[in-house]
Ligand binder design. Sequence first.
Ligand code: LLP
Length: 419
Amino acid sequence: MQKESGHLVFGGVDAVELAETYGTPLYVTDEDRVRNNFRRYNSAFETADKYYAVKANGNLAILKILASEGAGADVFSGGELQLVKSAGIPMGKILFNGNSKSEEELRAAVDAGVKVSVDSQDEMRTLSAIAVAMEKEVEIAIRVNPDVSPKVNPKIATGLRESKFGIPFYEVIATCEDAKMLPNITLTGLHCHIGSQILDVSVFREATEKMMNLVEELYARGMELEFVDLGGGLGISHRKEEKAPTPNDLADAILPTFDARLDSLGIKLKLVLEPGRSIVGPATILLSRVNTVKQAYKKFVAIDAGFNLFMRPVMYDAYHEVVVANKLNEQASVLCTVVGPVCESGDILAKDRMLPEVERGDLVAILNAGAYGFSMSSQYNGRPRCAEVLICDGKVDVIRSKESVDDLIRNQVIPPRLM
Ligand code: LLP
């Protein structure tokens, strides 16, 4: 992020020009950042498989970039499976996750030959029956709920006792024993994911310890595995003073325990990770035009993107830095609250921030918006979704066209009797 003529320059391109050419709101992704973020995982975890968490950002161009870097994928629905197929991610490097998979999704997973992370005994039996009916074999992992607190907003903690995900720690061994008895499924892995936007990596050590306790118990019972998947969750920094851990820090938290436990058992297992946010979050900004500025009981800067396009501040009270992209050289002297156009009081993107004097037509950039941004967007309030562009070597490509009003009505049907 540099300053040139007071304009934000992102990926080497002037944000003001981007907004003029492609309109706003606009998601802008810097390809180099995506690649570099993935490569940091490759150097920190040379031998581990990295299954990119598609839910963070499922744009096909981004999936293609990650496929070219050697990524596998964590998919959470039949739709995400289709996306990674279209992007050419090899089926051997995919784990189909989910706590509520439909039979149709289980069939799609079996048909594609991907591994399935089983979230309950009920699901495991259903999957086995489906594989038998399809005369196919399927590899499974058990999704473990390790009962570890990731010390994050409870809405993005996934391995707490009260979380809906996974099989309770104390039932995992019995579930693995049951898996042995079921036809057409083979248990090859254990899987957990404790939460997201994690800044204290010690919790990954705790999860690793617990998972390796299970591995040890399974081997003592004569069962063998091929991999342990510790999920994603590494946080990114949202405030200047916040220093997020790096993939190297994550490796320091996980690998000594992981490797020592394997050594003491005299076995080799593949480590799998499922990073999402830390790959794509910092690689994207959301550009949004100021529609109006109002001094009411407080000063509101109303922009053309709201929680319809960027849900995180509203849903998780997440802090995202906001800059006025055409006034970077101006003093931040006015306390403002940046709100969207949605008809909800909660549609606040940035509360009580010091910004330069803002006026209609200025351009606001929401930073670190690449993860769970577009992928969680909606058409609420009859607003078609915006476009996405990708920057590489100073060149800009549209990677998703903006929707039109036709897209709002495309699948709606008025019964003839109402015509
Ligand atoms: N693996 C599994 C099984 C997951 O459920 C998730 C995220 C990930 C990997 C990737 O985690 P990451 O590296 O991105 O933290 N919408 C929320 C985040 C929800 C995360 C759900 N699971 C947000 O905007 O903060």
